[in-house]
Design a binder for this molecule. Structure first.
Ligand SMILES: Cc1ncc(COP(=O)(O)O)c(C=O)c1O
Length: 431
């Protein structure tokens, strides 16, 4: 294996069987002691990364179309993000933001509050550690502000796995099975395309008729592009109809941008494509390019809760805040634009491949949040494995979908190379 100081070549290259000998040793050790609830889909053992390339412990190189599941926005080892982290580590590693002040927290809450659609007016920000924690907090905030008990989300949604957010998650029944009663008062509607009646129409005609009066609903939680449910982009006007419904009934619209936010779709927030203004945004994943950090951003009139109502020991950690500030600068300066351009390139490339490989169906997405379906779930899993063996990291989603969510620094040449490998993998799974 090369040493940590050697630059990583930027092309994919497989030099051992997979998993290689070092990887096998790590996997054996890990699997002996780690929680069996973890879902490792293929035997990737990461040693280091640079840009959009991952090198495993045996020296195999992969083009990273996962980004640690839509996390490493600025790619691996970005010099500006690393410099910000190192400077903050040398100054102060941690000081609880719930009880004291530090400059990087102040800078980041201002930065986030002023990044959201202008229609949200003045905004306030609460910083936490993970997506699920941001969703939990948004759920508390919505109930606190409205004094109403119920919430609505969508089938196929993923909002997290702690008990409050789990009550909104409905992408897979196994996530709930065996855990008893999740937070009561959570209802679900079909997401776009999933049924004849979806979204606002279903909520108005079915849920408000049979399950909950609108006056009992605190919030509707929605991913502007459904992530784990299949990378599904709703049609124009679908999100606006939810906004209108919320306005008619005094319900808060919470946009879960944990996966779609921070430039991934070509704009800072995915809801900006549809020009829909939420009341609350949740962010996480790419926010700090890999440091654990999440945020609840809400209208000032909504985030009005007394001291002690919500807090977190680690939320808004100074190092994570420094990484987020560097990431947001990069997103504004170059990464959102690159996400938009590379997304178009990849989707055009995938659509061209559809003609050669009719197993590729329904190419969809925005920016670098791209999905497509294969014939069935087994084929999607075989494709994911075939890509891995050829040096591209991808993941399944939805019922038979594949998602591509590379770091936002991915280059044109890397996208071209990935498309060649995807074609090769298509040929393998067709055989
Ligand atoms: C839209 C969305 N919300 C919330 C979460 C939960 O985030 P975390 O795994 O950081 O708790 C995820 C994770 O995939 C997500 O995609």
């Amino acid at each position: 294996m090369t040493t940590i100081d050697t630059p990583i070549q930027q092309d994919p290259h497989i030099v051992t069987e997979l998993p290689g000998p070092r990887a096998r040793a790590v996997i054996e050790q890990d699997e002996r002691y780690s929680s069996p609830s973890l879902t490792r889909v293929y035997p990737l053992v990461v040693a280091r990364g640079e840009g959009a390339v991952i090198e495993d412990v045996d020296g195999n190189r992969f083009l990273d179309f996962n980004a640690g599941i839509a996390v490493n926005a600025a790619g691996h080892n970005h010099p500006k993000v690393n410099a910000a982290i190192h400077a903050q580590v040398d100054a102060c590693l941690h000081y609880c933001s719930s009880d004291f002040f530090h400059p990087s927290h102040a800078d980041l809450v201002e930065r986030l509050a002023t990044s959201v659609p202008a229609g949200m007016g003045d905004a306030r920000v609460f910083l936490a550690n993970s997506g699920t924690e941001a969703v939990e907090g948004a759920l508390k905030l919505a109930r606190h502000h409205t004094g109403r008990p119920n919430v609505i989300a969508f089938y196929g949604a993923f909002h997290g796995r702690s008990l409050g957010s789990l009550s909104l998650t409905s992408s897979k029944a196994k996530y709930r099975s065996g855990f008893g009663i999740v937070t009561p008062g959570s209802y679900h509607a079909p997401f776009a395309y999933a049924a004849e009646l979806t979204g606002a129409d279903y909520i108005e005609q079915v849920l408000f008729h049979h399950m909950t009066e609108p006056g009992d609903v605190a919030a509707i939680f929605v991913e502007p592009i459904q992530g784990e449910g299949g990378y599904i982009v709703p049609p124009a006007g679908w999100l606006q109809a939810l906004r209108d419904l919320c306005d008619r009934h005094g319900i808060l619209l919470v946009m879960d941008e944990v996966q779609s936010g921070i430039g991934r779709t070509g704009t800072m927030w995915a809801c900006q494509h549809d020009d829909v203004t939420p009341d609350i945004i949740t962010a996480g994943k790419g926010l700090a390019s890999g440091m654990p950090l999440s945020a609840i951003i809400a209208r000032d009139t909504i985030m009005q809760w007394a001291p002690g109502k919500h807090g977190s020991t680690f939320g808004g950690n100074p190092v994570a805040c420094a990484a987020a500030l560097a990431t947001m600068d990069l997103v504004d300066d170059e990464l959102a634009a690159n996400a938009a351009a590379r997304g178009e390139q990849l989707m055009a490339g995938l659509r061209a491949l559809q003609e050669r490989f009719p197993i590729i169906q329904e190419v969809r997405g925005r920016g670098l949040m791209i999905g497509f379906d294969l014939v069935d779930h087994d084929m999607a899993v075989a494709f994911e494995q075939a890509c891995f063996e050829r040096g591209v990291l991808s993941l399944t989603c939805g019922k038979r979908g594949v998602r591509l969510a590379p770091p936002l620094v991915i280059t044109e040449a890397q996208c071209d190379r990935a498309l060649e490998i995807i074609a090769d993998a298509c040929e393998a799974v067709t055989r």
